[in-house]
Design a protein around this ligand. Structure first.
Ligand SMILES: [Zn+2]
Length: 177
């Protein structure tokens, strides 16, 4: 069973228990699964989905759709921002420029995520990596690799645009070069 389905089942089982206990006591108060301390289970279920304004960094997403990787750069401080920022946090200036990057880099470090947050539970174990780009800045990205034994710190990597499946949107991944 997929881990997301496992979590759904666990929550459904727990809510069923809450319902049964409430029938007896008339109160939605149940023992906390970890501490056994009494907790009130609110009847409202909240759903959360982030909406992120991208108007000023739209070029980045338009680039992804064309298979290109754009960064912003502060010409005054010579600092790159990836993902791009519309304002330079170093000099509080909106005088940034756009640059296309090669995607070439070296792997600095990585970790394999085996215990996934619920919203990523439908993915297989995945690699998150930090790489040093040839332009001289670091990026954090998922790394796609078919065999974990092929990854080692210091290897050549390439940042590429791919669709993230099963969601289907364009994003960036590191790959062995
Ligand atoms: Zn700046």
């Amino acid at each position: 069973m997929e881990s997301k389905e496992k979590i759904e089942k666990m929550v459904a089982d727990w809510l069923k228990m809450v319902e049964e206990l409430m029938k007896e006591s008339g109160l939605p108060i149940v023992p906390d699964p970890k501490t056994s301390d009494p907790v009130w289970v609110d009847v409202r279920e909240l759903r959360l989905r982030y909406l992120i304004p991208v108007k000023r960094i739209r070029k980045f997403f338009e680039g992804l759709a064309e298979g290109k990787l754009y960064v912003t750069k502060c010409p005054a401080k010579n600092i790159y921002y990836f993902p791009p920022q519309a304002d330079c946090p170093a000099c509080m200036d909106e005088n940034i420029v756009w640059d296309e990057i090669s995607g070439n880099g070296k792997l600095l470090t990585y970790t394999v995520v085996n215990v996934k947050p619920y919203s990523f539970a439908h993915h297989s174990n995945y690699v998150i990596a930090i790489a040093r780009m040839s332009e001289g800045f670091n990026i954090l990205s998922w790394m796609s690799v078919d065999d974990l034994s092929k990854i080692h710190v210091g290897m050549d990597v390439k940042l590429v645009v791919k669709r993230r499946e099963p969601e289907g949107f364009f994003t960036y991944y590191l790959e062995p070069a």
